[in-house]
Ligand binder design. Structure first.
Ligand code: BTN
Length: 276
């Protein structure tokens, strides 16, 4: 049965959030036997919590939702800010086989964008965008468990943060986008219900076939395609989509480059530095 540990100690000012944990469990458990849904009022970070659990030997599939994170983490060591009720913050933890995980965050992004709205775009490698503003982000972490090939494996923690309600710019040059712009009735629970089942199916497809089946799906929503871009090392060029392993193709003065490093960030030329 699912474990529902929903917000008995919700943070001050937070609204009561309805979490469709049972409905999500019913969709996902047939795909992932042993799957549980856990909703907590507060955590430092859902990714950090699942990484602690896997290091302690807990490798069951789980969807962990925090109504509020006190130390949410983004890519490249950035913070991830989100308020209870105004954002959706969760991590899906599961064992994932496969030798090549390149492109995993792009595949996750494609699945989430498709579940949300045709207007949602993807900014390589892990941002969800709406009308050139950040709607959400993905942070994937992995850990090995067990002993080598005899029963060991790899556990993936797929962390997703989405802005649900509009919020002020808070030092950003433009305010972030929000799911409520697409559907004024959306809340964190209804949004999670839309995403969870398709996300698990996407991860299982990725496990079997790698990034290849997601390449066209990513390209269809590629926010950078044919745009001038600046890489974090100062290189400039024009983005030309992604390769079959999810590397970003950028045509620079030195020719076409395939950018795969997780340490590189990229932004449309003229835009300020990317932040959550
Ligand atoms: C990014 O845009 O840099 C990635 C943001 C990922 C944020 C999510 S919120 C749920 C999960 N827990 C975290 O601490 N981070 C991810």
């Amino acid at each position: 049965m699912p474990r529902h540990l929903a917000g008995t100690q919700a943070a001050p000012l937070s609204v009561a959030i309805r979490w469709p944990a049972e409905a999500i469990w019913q969709q996902v458990e047939p795909l992932l036997p042993g799957f549980t849904v856990e909703v907590l009022p507060e955590l430092d970070s859902t990714n950090s919590e699942l990484m602690r659990r896997v290091r302690a030997g807990r490798t069951d599939p789980v969807l962990l939702v925090a109504e509020r994170q006190t130390a949410g983490r983004g890519r490249l060591g950035r913070n991830w800010h989100g308020e209870a009720g105004a954002s959706l913050t969760f991590s899906l933890g599961l064992s994932l086989a496969g030798a090549d995980w390149s492109g995993l965050s792009l595949a996750v992004g494609a699945s989430i964008a498709e579940s949300l709205d045709p207007a949602v775009q993807l900014k390589w490698p892990n941002d969800l965008w709406l009308r050139d503003r950040k709607l959400g982000g993905i942070l994937i972490e992995t850990a090995s468990f067990g002993e080598g090939s005899a029963g060991g494996g790899r556990y993936a923690v797929v962390g997703v943060g989405l802005n649900i309600a509009p919020r002020p710019a808070q030092g950003l040059s433009t305010p972030p986008a929000a799911v409520a712009e697409l559907d004024p009735d959306a809340d964190a629970g209804s949004t999670l219900l839309r995403l969870a089942g398709p996300l698990v199916l996407a991860l299982q497809a990725f496990e079997q076939f790698g990034f290849a089946p997601f390449q066209a799906r990513f390209q269809a929503r590629d926010a950078l395609r044919d745009r001038p871009v600046t890489l974090s090392d100062g290189t400039t060029g024009t983005a030309h989509g992604v390769t079959e392993v999810g590397s970003l193709l950028v045509h620079t003065a030195a020719g076409m480059q395939a950018i795969s490093s997780s340490e590189v960030s990229v932004r449309p030329a003229g835009a300020s530095s990317p932040r959550s």
